[in-house]
Design a protein around this ligand. Structure first.
Ligand SMILES: [Zn+2]
Length: 361
């Protein structure tokens, strides 16, 4: 039984920071943030798109956020006596803190005045930053399984905690990796969004799952896993997880990673499942980087059940995709994908799975 220890304190402007450590009594929360920080920016607002029936967050204050600072000015490295960062402690294993430039923040609010077709309301919710390692030059793929175990604990604990916050309807843990897809800080990190609504992609998948349940009496995600686990698109597998390229992958390289047990979210994973995640996920990331011998830009996204709806239909799993379609070429979302949501993939999913399996590690 692995136990990971959390300690919590607040930054100078009142934002929470949590340290996750394999050893108890790290003492990290005793380090005080001595910076003089300006008041936190006001929350943005949500505007309703009546045509698509979905909310858009307008967060104009994010335009001023830190953009690719040199390593000597990285806000995610531990603090030193010479330089205070977002993390007051002189070291950490995994640190999670509230984003200085959140797209969603604060408790649920009342609808603001707006045009009748497009109501507006405060962009309530929560945005947190997860620092995977204190090592600035590292990457998730370079972590040890024991470090991934601490990250997993942070994801699960923050999912449980944020699910209990007023106004949060869905918790999304993700990592954007690579300048190619707009990452603004090089330090290995991910983010956790607590949305004040159920996201469009999740709503759509749950509608499919509900229709499938009515038609067959079975869970859609479990059926997809069973079909893929027996097929030619499996990339890696162990006793508790299977990674595969989905039959209708939309991206040149896309891998879905499912636990073998049907759970709604990360807090519901057992200790052995959490333990078994690191080795297989690291293998997937290393295979991705090995395909072309260059680091792959990617978006890695945990799909979890919403807080209040569709929990029985949901099946926690990770979807990762890369836009790299050749060593020096990226797939961009052009007319068909951007305007119509109709994807055209230049790489056959079976070929992508074969390339990933045969990449030499
Ligand atoms: Zn750094």
């Amino acid at each position: 039984m692995t136990s990971i220890h959390r300690s919590t304190t607040t930054l100078a402007d009142g934002r929470e920071i949590h340290y996750f450590d394999a050893a108890p009594d790290s003492g990290r929360a005793s380090f005080v943030d001595g910076r003089a920080l300006p008041p936190r920016p006001p929350a943005g607002e949500l505007r309703y798109d009546a045509l698509r029936a979905e909310w858009v967050a307008v967060a104009a204050h994010r335009q001023t956020r830190t953009f690719l600072p040199p390593a000597s000015e990285c806000p995610l490295c531990p603090s030193t006596p010479q330089r205070a960062t977002e993390i007051p402690a002189p070291g950490y294993e995994v640190a999670v803190f509230e984003n200085l430039f959140p797209s969603f923040a604060g408790p649920a609010g009342h609808t603001l005045d707006g045009e009748s077709l497009s109501p507006r309301r405060p962009a309530a919710g929560r945005c947190e930053v997860v620092c995977f390692t204190p090592d600035h030059g590292s990457s998730f793929a370079s972590l040890e399984p024991r470090q991934v175990r601490v990250v997993m604990e942070a994801w699960a604990e923050r999912t449980a905690a944020m699910s209990g916050l007023d106004g949060v309807e869905q918790v999304f843990c993700f990592e954007n990796r690579g300048e190619e897809i707009g990452v603004t800080l090089h330090h290995p990190h991910g983010q956790i969004y607590g949305y004040p609504f159920v996201t469009p992609t999740t709503r759509r998948m749950l509608a499919s799952a509900e229709a499938h349940l009515l038609r067959t009496g079975r869970n859609l995600f479990a059926d997809v896993l069973a079909a893929e686990a027996a097929g030619e698109r499996v990339v890696a597998a162990n006793e508790h997880w299977t990674a595969f390229v989905p039959v209708a992958a939309r991206w040149p390289f896309e891998v879905h990673l499912y636990p073998h047990s049907h759970v709604p979210d990360l807090p519901a994973l057992s200790d052995v499942e959490r333990e078994a995640f690191g080795p297989i996920y690291l293998e997937v990331l290393r295979r991705l980087d090995a395909v072309y011998g260059v680091p792959m830009p990617y978006i890695s996204a945990w799909h979890q059940a919403p807080v209040r709806t569709g929990r029985d239909l949901s099946y926690a799993h990770l979807q990762l995709h890369s836009a790299r379609r050749a060593p020096n070429k990226l797939k961009f979302l052009a007319g068909s994908e951007s305007a119509m949501g109709a994807f055209i993939n230049d790489v056959a999913p079976e070929q992508a799975a074969k390339m990933l399996r045969e990449a030499s590690l």
